[in-house]
Design a protein around this ligand. Structure first.
Ligand SMILES: Nc1ncnc2c1ncn2[C@@H]1O[C@H](COP(=O)(O)OP(=O)(O)OP(=O)(O)O)[C@@H](O)[C@H]1O
Ligand SMILES: O=C(O)C1=C[C@@H](O)[C@@H](O)[C@H](O)C1
Ligand SMILES: [Mg+2]
Length: 185
């Protein structure tokens, strides 16, 4: 499969808690790719947690840093990339994501709720009714997530390894053709 992909990057998009980080690591392992998590790169680059960044500089500045990191990451090949859940909201990010294959991990909101109920590391989910907030965010973003090359509907009891295997098996159905040769002869 790695040879079929020819080093093309895989970008995982989807809601908070969808498993982009967890499944992304599995995909990287299975493909012999390197794994990158844009949230982790942002935290490393700024030396701040995502919660701290939202509190100190706000979401707007966070989105600018996120775009900058994405622009740098997409210059590399052979990567499985877990993106931040909101990366799809910035139009310019799509031109970076389109360098690779974009996979939407679509997970029901009740499953997201169960996974995130005890987790306080997602600033957008603080101080709100969790299920309602997840439903609202998904409603705003569904049409954006739908622009992925591959739509993976995840069921509640599927493991990260099973999901990764399913994604890899579906890649051939959406591989982009090679660009035409630039040779003039
Ligand atoms: N297939 C799965 N089955 C059960 N639990 C899972 C699965 N995938 C992820 N999880 C768990 O759900 C939680 C959220 O997963 P993860 O951090 O990978 O989501 P994410 O999409 O990267 O979220 P974010 O956008 O906030 O970074 C973690 O506790 C993880 O262990
Ligand atoms: O869905 C979102 O907007 C976010 C998801 C996380 O990955 C982080 O990037 C941050 O918590 C914002
Ligand atoms: Mg993540």
């Amino acid at each position: 499969m790695s040879s079929l992909l020819k080093g093309v990057n895989l970008y995982l998009i989807g809601m908070m808690g969808a498993g982009k980080t967890t499944v992304g690591q599995e995909i990287a392992r299975k493909l012999g790719y390197r794994f990158v998590d844009t949230d982790a790169v942002i935290a490393q680059f700024t030396q701040k947690s995502i919660n701290q960044l939202f509190a100190e500089v706000g979401e707007g500045e966070f989105r600018q840093i996120e775009s900058k990191i994405l622009a740098e990451v997409c210059a590399y090949t052979n990567l499985a990339i877990a993106t931040g859940g909101g990366i799809v909201t910035q139009q310019k990010n799509w031109s970076y994501l389109r360098h690779g294959l974009i996979v939407w991990l679509d997970v029901p909101t009740d499953v997201l709720y169960q996974r995130l109920a005890e987790d306080n590391t997602r600033p957008l989910l603080q101080n709100a009714d969790l299920l309602t907030k997840l439903q609202l965010i998904l409603q705003e973003r569904r049409s954006l997530y739908k622009q992925a090359d591959l739509h993976i509907s995840v069921s509640a009891n599927e493991t990260a390894s099973q999901i990764a295997a399913r994604i890899i098996s579906e890649i051939p159905t959406v591989l982009k053709p090679d660009p035409p040769s630039s040779s003039n002869t």
